[in-house]
Design a binder for this molecule. Structure first.
Ligand SMILES: [Zn+2]
Length: 411
């Protein structure tokens, strides 16, 4: 039997809004798990964990006080994509999220299709678009302007202004920002002749900002209705191609989205349930799913997929007695609030959740105070283990660099 693997990440899909997606998936024999715990409240560290089985503290692709987007890169080559390539898989990445491009370290896939449906493509060549995407993700508008002027890219400055005006005046042309790439992903999938065995990884962006108005909840709900129609189409295409029948398929999200709860919006800083408890739907070829005690962590995805590919379905591998999520502050250099720039760990254990502030050594939130001491021990053990693992990864990477330099005769 060919063991294909498909992972679909619906960026920003909240657990409590995921029934719309379940409506579609339930028709195709998926199983709905209660929830999964993502490892981080934003795209890069969360995806890096899915692919490596490591927590952000271990894989290192996360923000810190001095490291913001632009300097955050996924660098671990010991990952699921390479595991599967070594086993003869052809690997496909379909994305509309700029954070998952080669620039941010996700270039190990054999085939990468990136299309965000931003109208900029009308004006900009691909290399110009890449340059401006990076600049706008990492700098303030003034910073982008200064950088363009310093590099004397005057033509690009005019084009950038045209893009800005175009976005402001005609954001409805081409459907953007309502349509953020899913239609072109569906078209591309329909046309692709997938070479078996394959690993398809997708990131769908329709629920992500930007929205058309400041009424974020109404916008999110409208986007969800739009996404549902498109997601039905996507499932139809995958079904018509026979992919749903002969693959392990997982549908989840990398994090949720805050829609004004506790005065908070967006994602990336906090470890609220709306952000880190995410939906998890699964379909296995000719098989049934059993639920186990504990928590599904995205950090367990890699070992589960590898076991499936090498041997059999073992759902217990998705579960752990304890699951964690980590945040280190804001990932964006544009929205720095010093009071949030701290390493925090959310822990799920024995039906209880706590959020531990690593710098002040105390829980800022705890679901069941009677378990406080036990939870503190669990978090401290996590911090010790992840620190040790990170040190090992850094040492190995240094040794590898030295080996390369020796091989090339430079030292
Ligand atoms: Zn994301």
């Amino acid at each position: 039997m060919v063991k294909n693997v498909v992972v679909i990440v619906i960026d920003c899909l909240r657990l409590d809004y995921s029934n719309e997606i379940w409506d579609v998936l339930s028709k195709y024999g998926f199983y709905k798990m209660d929830f999964a715990v993502t490892t981080a409240p934003w795209t890069i560290p969360a995806h890096a964990s899915m692919l490596t089985g490591l927590y952000p503290s271990e894989h290192g692709a996360h923000e810190s006080k001095n490291r913001k987007v632009g300097k955050i890169e996924f660098k671990i080559k010991d990952n699921l994509v390479n595991d599967l390539k070594r086993r003869g898989y052809t690997t496909y990445l379909f994305i509309a999220n700029a954070f998952l491009t080669e620039r941010f370290g996700f270039g190990d896939f054999d085939h990468i299709y990136f299309n965000s449906n931003v109208p900029d493509r009308l004006f900009l060549k691909p290399d110009e678009l890449r340059y401006l995407t990076e600049e706008t993700l990492t700098k303030s508008p003034l910073g982008v302007l200064i950088s363009i002027l310093k590099k004397r890219k005057l033509k690009l400055l005019f084009k950038g202004c045209a893009v800005f005006a175009y976005r402001k005046l005609s954001s409805f042309v081409g459907g953007w920002p309502k349509e953020k790439g899913i239609s072109k992903i569906i078209k591309k999938i329909r046309k692709t002749n997938f070479k078996e065995p394959f690993f398809i990884f997708m990131n769908i962006m329709e629920l992500h900002e930007p929205y058309r108005s400041n009424n974020v909840r109404a916008e999110y709900e409208a986007q969800l209705r739009y996404l549902k129609r498109k997601f039905e189409k996507l499932m139809e295409v995958l079904n018509d191609k026979g992919i749903l029948d002969n693959s392990l398929v997982i549908v989840t999200s990398d994090h949720g989205q805050l829609l004004g709860e506790r005065g908070r919006g967006g994602h990336g800083v906090f470890l609220d349930d709306e952000l880190i408890k995410v939906p998890f739907f699964i379909k296995i070829p000719n098989g049934k799913i059993t639920k186990f005690d504990g928590y599904i962590s995205h950090a367990n995805l890699r070992r589960f997929v590898i076991k499936f590919v090498d041997d059999r379905v073992d759902v217990s591998l998705l579960f752990s007695k304890v699951a964690f999520a980590e945040s280190f502050g804001s990932f964006s250099s544009k929205i720095v609030d010093p009071k949030f720039e701290r390493h925090k760990v959310a822990v799920f254990y024995k039906g209880c959740k706590g959020i531990y502030d690593v710098e002040s050594h105390r829980f800022e939130e705890i679901g069941c105070p009677e378990l406080k001491e036990e939870l503190e021990l669990v978090v401290k053990e996590f911090l010790r283990r992840t620190k040790q693992k990170r040190r090992m990864i850094e040492e190995n990477s240094l040794k590898e660099k030295i080996r390369k330099l020796k091989r090339s005769g430079k030292i």
